[in-house]
Design a protein around this ligand. Structure first.
Ligand SMILES: [Ca+2]
Length: 528
């Protein structure tokens, strides 16, 4: 009897367990209707290259324009910054893990001081979505990224492809995605997917395809002893162009500013217009490749249930403000293009948004109803995507201090932006205050010089300049300085600038050596 009772209890338990399994399986089948994600990440692109953000641009990107026409464009998307010359690396860490710039596994002292938990790769986009039952696939460049997170993708087809033909350039990355979609179809894999569709371009060296180089009047110039030929098809000098930055940016010997083939230290019109032409040739090729993937998704009937996100790891100067690289905090470089097309997003909508790239993890989780990892510090902008509010953030902070310390910092609130430079052992201490509504291109007094106006054909208005020394804005300046300090404290910035309290901080070990001359001589080229 007792045995019979026990076996009947066991049978009941087995039935319940079976029911639970069925129920879970049912849940899993139901979960297959969750949306897909196609995350497109390009390497080094200023939003102002795109006509979407700059009507004067001659860059043709019909597929990116289509995403915008059918989706939402963000005017206020930013990366939080970098503490090394290879800005890509911290930016891609932030994208993957949703943590702020001083709380990353590779931030100075962060792991040692407990500002970043160990094994964080288990809480990154690929790991979180794989656990949640998503098929995860990645193609992208290798290096200057978050290797531990990259390994979390179920399928990974990475290679750096910066050449000018189908095998060595952007077409290769598209082919990995197209092949993967075909393999999914033939194996009847009906899990929702999250595809990280990364490109190695338009990052230098900007080897365009012959047809696209010809379209933009550019050549793959490699002879440092000559100038590239002038060509009227080339893009005009970029808005904000200067022949030189007005003061040292604080990172002597920085690779991106001195040794990029085709540019080197030159900022003359022929060199810069050719280089922008090369950038556009690479960017249009990316657009063509995106078109192939969108078309395939459409043919497979998958596009309507897919969120397509287009962005870059950071912007880049290429002649703007007399700079060439991505190691600055002007809008052309601190900001990124950001476009999302997907279910529930009003076609052709445009918002300020005020988002960081590090908000992506939180947003994807929110959309897919996947729990956010506790390590996440980002804010979901799903309410912005669904038109429920125009912005998620009011205050934005940025840093570049991959060169001499403490480096550059910026803060933005509303129309106002403050940039500070404390570099080269205190020999460069500069403050810039901009009203971005009146001066969106951050014109300086140097942009008013007759020879610059003659070159660019752009004559800034009297008020379009750095307002930091204008007594009418002294109160605003003090307010922005206070905001910067409070953000530096809130975000655990390990440095302070010359006019800030030291807060008892000990500089991390990679602080610049005391002898600036020695520092200049020994400055290692930054990684790309
Ligand atoms: Ca990059």
């Amino acid at each position: 009897m007792r045995d019979s009772k026990r076996s009947s209890a066991l049978a009941r338990a087995a039935t319940i367990a079976f029911a639970v399994v069925l129920c879970l399986a049912g849940d899993s089948r139901a979960a297959d209707s969750r949306p897909n994600f196609l995350f497109i990440l390009v390497d080094d692109q200023s939003p102002f290259d795109l006509r979407l953000y700059n009507p004067h641009s001659i860059l043709d990107t019909p597929n990116i324009d289509r995403l915008a026409a059918e989706g939402m464009t963000f005017d206020g998307a930013y990366h939080m910054g970098a503490f090394i010359g290879g800005v890509c690396t911290p930016s891609r860490h932030m994208i993957m893990c949703g943590r702020t710039v001083w709380h990353l596994p590779n931030s100075p002292n962060a792991l040692a001081e407990g500002k970043c938990p160990p094994n964080l790769e288990q809480q990154t986009i690929p790991a979180v979505f794989r656990r949640a039952g998503y098929a995860t696939m990645r193609t992208c460049k290798t290096g200057n990224s978050y290797e531990a997170a990259n390994k979390m993708f179920e399928v990974r087809r990475d290679a750096s492809k910066r050449g000018g033909d189908a095998e060595t350039g952007s077409a290769w990355h598209a082919r990995q995605v197209l092949d993967y979609l075909d393999e999914r179809a033939s194996s009847k894999d009906d899990r929702p997917f999250l595809i990280h569709f990364g490109f190695s371009h338009p990052h230098d060296t900007r080897m365009g395809t012959p047809e696209l180089l010809a379209k933009y009047g550019a050549v793959n110039h490699a002879d440092s002893n000559s100038l590239p030929p002038a060509n009227e098809k080339q893009p005009a000098l970029p808005i904000g162009y200067l022949p030189a930055h007005p003061f040292p940016h604080g990172h002597p010997g920085l690779r991106d500013e001195t040794t990029v083939s085709g540019v080197w230290e030159r900022r003359d019109e022929r060199t810069m217009r050719n280089e922008v032409g090369r950038q556009f040739a690479c960017s249009e090729n990316i657009d063509i490749q995106i078109g192939h993937v969108l078309k395939r998704l459409e043919a497979m009937g998958q596009l309507e249930n897919t969120y397509v996100i287009y962005t870059s790891d950071h912007g880049i100067a290429i002649g703007r403000h007399g700079l060439q690289g991505k190691q600055n905090l002007y809008q052309h470089t601190w900001r990124v293009p950001f476009i999302v097309r997907g279910p529930g997003i009003r076609p052709g909508s445009r918002v300020e948004g005020n988002i960081y790239l590090l908000d992506l993890l939180s947003t994807l989780c929110d959309i897919a109803d996947v729990p956010r990892p506790e390590t996440n510090e980002g804010i979901s902008f799903k309410p912005v995507l669904l038109g429920q509010k125009p912005a998620t953030r009011d205050l934005l902070y940025g840093v570049y201090n991959g060169g001499t310390k403490p480096g550059m910092r910026c803060v933005r609130q509303g129309d106002w932006k403050l940039i500070k430079y404390d570099v080269l052992e205190g020999t460069v201490r500069e403050t810039q205050l901009f009203n971005l509504r009146e001066n969106p291109d951050e014109y300086l007094s140097q942009h008013h010089a007759a020879e610059v106006v003659a070159m660019t054909g752009r004559s800034p208005s009297t008020s379009q300049r750095n307002l930091a020394d204008d007594p009418r804005y002294a109160e605003k300046l003090a307010e922005m300085e206070a905001l910067l300090l409070s953000e530096m404290r809130r975000l655990d910035d390990p440095w302070r600038l010359w006019n800030q309290p030291k807060d008892g901080l000990t500089s991390p070990p990679e602080a610049a050596p005391r002898n600036p001359r020695r520092n200049r001589a020994n400055a290692a080229p930054a990684a790309p």
